[in-house]
Write a protein that binds this ligand. Structure first.
Ligand code: 7RM
Length: 630
């Protein structure tokens, strides 16, 4: 079927994918390499939740990302690595070179005892060894679990314990602007409660002074020097696990979503090329961190499966100054630029000279991901970065979906500011009301569900299939529930309005209110807490925490500092509350449930529309809360 190149082809692809999904995905998958073809394209459904794609086949992700391109494109640049320090020349890896590095690292892992099915945890900053390492795992059938380098020791150990990783790969320290994150120190602390870890491979990056545990810790560089550049790719089963990635939900601990080999691979391949429309000599840059799903699918796998050139950036958008992104675009001749609304808004708030002193003339396509993009930010991005000649693809998807689900195809789909527009082939969205009844016709508004499986869907939650069923398929039986609300216009274009559950989206990072509350409750003086998101100019949402204290705090600033420290320790700095309000009570229903709707309205200053508060056990608390608003 090839790549979609115009509107008619989009319709043809879409219609075939709905009419005969097996025929459609079978044809797409044929463009990849299979050691053995599948017996059946798809089986299982949203009732049995035993979803399988390309069953009976044998394939390998790293073979498809690397070996498949060597003959024709071995000398093409696969990865351009941009250092945190702008004076350092960008490093490049051709497909041949990347292949050699991945083989070496796979051999190092094997020598240190990693076998097919073992879990390998990565706790790193954006160094090349992270991208090489995840590919190395896929080469030997080990399962990677990347933990974002901004998480705390406690968050890291919880994730390592949950999936019982046997190896941890980290770096001595990670550069982020003018800061060094002491990754190895944090990892050492985490490992005090992680008996499953047998080996720690350490990348030397900052030359920081670190502790060393003989026998357990090894310098990766030294092992790589001795490793062979040949390592045969394992022939894996279609449903062999590929990676685990933890994400927050509305309740409980973060969930380890499991993605498997053949379906995720096919979906990453197909969505990347159709959404971004990258051509042969283009330079594609996604600014995400590999610690998030966007970095998995659209820095690493999607681009490499398509033989494209992908940029990996170590630093931050505002260092040494707010022109860094635009400087890199010019320097590396970036054609495709994919970032998050929070970064756009942060850069929009800086002097426009940071943009205007760069030409940005190589840009052809812009992308947005991670949270709803407001019309204002969309227009600024379109005018100042895209110079009104680059389509913006507003890509809606989730860790759970593996790849982009609803998005314009660059240069093909008619754009509407702040709309994710149309579903990709194979994606059948459905809006339902609170009872689960589908809202038919257009326009419509409701909770966003998916009516049929697609190849990239996560297959389970690591170690807890029941929770997987419960979280995604029990609210509306027979359907996958995304947790998002959406509107559909007359022409069927979707606009995502945001989470309808207790998940916040802080600068594009998913954080559960329950996780933050659990951490706040660790403070000896905190009896109970309730956390909600509130509108924030730059972050999209900020965190507003209401806390009930045992004893009235003498100094609220001190309390807030202590709470920040606890959050840093339990989760990481991304989950720090922006505002803390000490209160004597929380609005509760007669059954003892906190009425978050009211707390959200107060935090957002929408107190004219509080709605019915008469069912509250303690209606008088509403005025008290409003009076103490931060
Ligand atoms: C890719 C990613 C998923 C949640 C999702 C939404 C929100 C993501 C958009 C968006 C509006 C978008 N995975 N979200 N993309 N909302 N428009 N284009 O971010 O698992 O970390 O988050 O992010 O609420 O449910 S994620």
């Amino acid at each position: 079927m090839g790549r979609i190149t115009n509107k008619n082809e989009y319709t043809e692809h879409y219609n075939l994918s709905m009419k005969d999904g097996d025929a459609y995905w079978g044809k797409i998958a044929e463009e990849l390499h299979w050691f053995k073809k599948w017996d059946s394209v798809q089986s299982g459904n949203f009732d049995d939740l035993n979803l399988k794609w390309f069953e009976g086949s044998k394939t390998n992700m790293s073979y498809n990302c690397l070996d498949r391109h060597l003959e024709k494109n071995g000398d093409k640049v696969a990865v351009i690595y941009e250092d945190n320090d702008p004076s350092v020349k960008a490093r490049t890896f051709t497909y041949k070179e990347l292949h050699a590095e991945v083989c070496k690292m796979a051999n190092v892992m094997k020598e240190r005892g990693v076998k097919k099915g073992d879990r390998v945890c990565f706790y790193m900053s954006m160094v090349p060894e992270l991208l090489i390492g995840v590919l190395a795992c896929t080469r030997i059938g080990a399962i990677h679990s990347v933990v974002f380098g901004g998480f705390s020791a406690n968050a890291l150990s919880g994730r390592i314990q949950d999936s019982e990783c046997s190896m941890l790969i980290t770096n001595d320290g990670g550069y982020r602007g003018n800061k060094i994150i002491p990754l190895k120190d944090i990892a050492d602390e985490a490992l005090e409660s992680c008996p499953s870890i047998e080996n720690v491979l350490v990348v030397k990056r900052t030359d920081s002074d670190i502790k060393w545990k003989e026998g357990r810790d090894h310098w990766l560089g030294e092992l790589m020097e001795k490793a062979s550049t040949e390592c045969e790719a394992e022939q894996l089963d279609a449903e062999d696990p590929l990676f685990i990635l933890y994400t927050s939900g509305s309740t409980g601990k973060p969930k380890g979503l499991l993605h498997t080999t053949a379906g995720y691979m096919t979906y990453a391949y197909h969505t990347f090329r159709n959404v971004f429309q990258v051509e042969e000599d283009d330079i594609y840059w996604c600014t995400a961190d590999i610690g998030w799903i966007t970095g998995h699918t659209y820095i690493t796998y999607g681009p490499l499966l398509n033989g494209s050139t992908t940029v990996m950036f170590e630093g931050v958008p505002t260092w040494p100054d707010a022109g860094r992104f635009w400087d890199i675009c010019d320097k590396l001749k970036v054609t495709h630029f994919y970032t998050a609304p929070t970064a756009i808004r942060a850069l929009e708030a800086c002097d426009i000279e940071y943009v205007n002193k760069h030409s940005l003339s190589t840009l052809k396509v812009l992308g947005s991901v991670g949270e709803p993009i407001n019309e204002e930010a969309w227009s600024w991005y379109n005018k100042n970065i895209g110079k009104e000649k680059c389509p913006i693809v507003d890509t809606w998807w989730q860790t759970e979906t593996g790849g982009i689900m609803i998005s314009p195809l660059a240069g093909i789909t008619d754009l509407i500011p702040a709309h994710a527009t149309l579903p990709l082939p194979g994606v059948e969205p459905l809006l339902v009301d609170s009872e689960g009844t589908p809202v038919e016709g257009n326009p419509a508004e409701g909770n966003l569900c998916m009516n049929r499986p697609w190849p990239g869907i996560a297959r389970t939650i690591w170690g807890d299939h029941e929770r997987y069923k419960q979280t995604y398929f029990s609210t509306y039986p027979g359907k996958y529930f995304t947790g998002d609300g959406a509107r559909r216009d007359e022409k069927g274009n979707y606009r995502i309005t945001g989470r309808v559950d207790d998940v916040m989206n802080i600068s594009g990072h998913r954080i559960g209110t329950a996780e933050v509350e659990d951490a706040l409750n660790e403070h000896p003086n905190v009896v109970e807490s309730a956390v909600v998101g509130f509108p924030h100019n730059i972050k999209g949402q900020g965190i507003y925490a209401y806390v009930i204290c045992q004893n009235a705090p003498e100094n609220e600033e001190v309390l807030q500092k202590e709470l920040n420290e606890i959050i840093n320790k339990m989760i990481g700095p991304i989950a720090k509350p922006d505002k803390v309000q000490v209160t004597s009570g929380l609005p509760k229903t007669r059954s003892g449930k906190i009425m978050r709707r009211i707390l959200r309205k107060i935090a957002a200053n929408e107190t004219d529309s509080l709605g019915d508060t008469s069912t509250l056990l303690n209606p008088e608390i509403v005025d008290t809360l409003m009076a103490g608003k931060k």
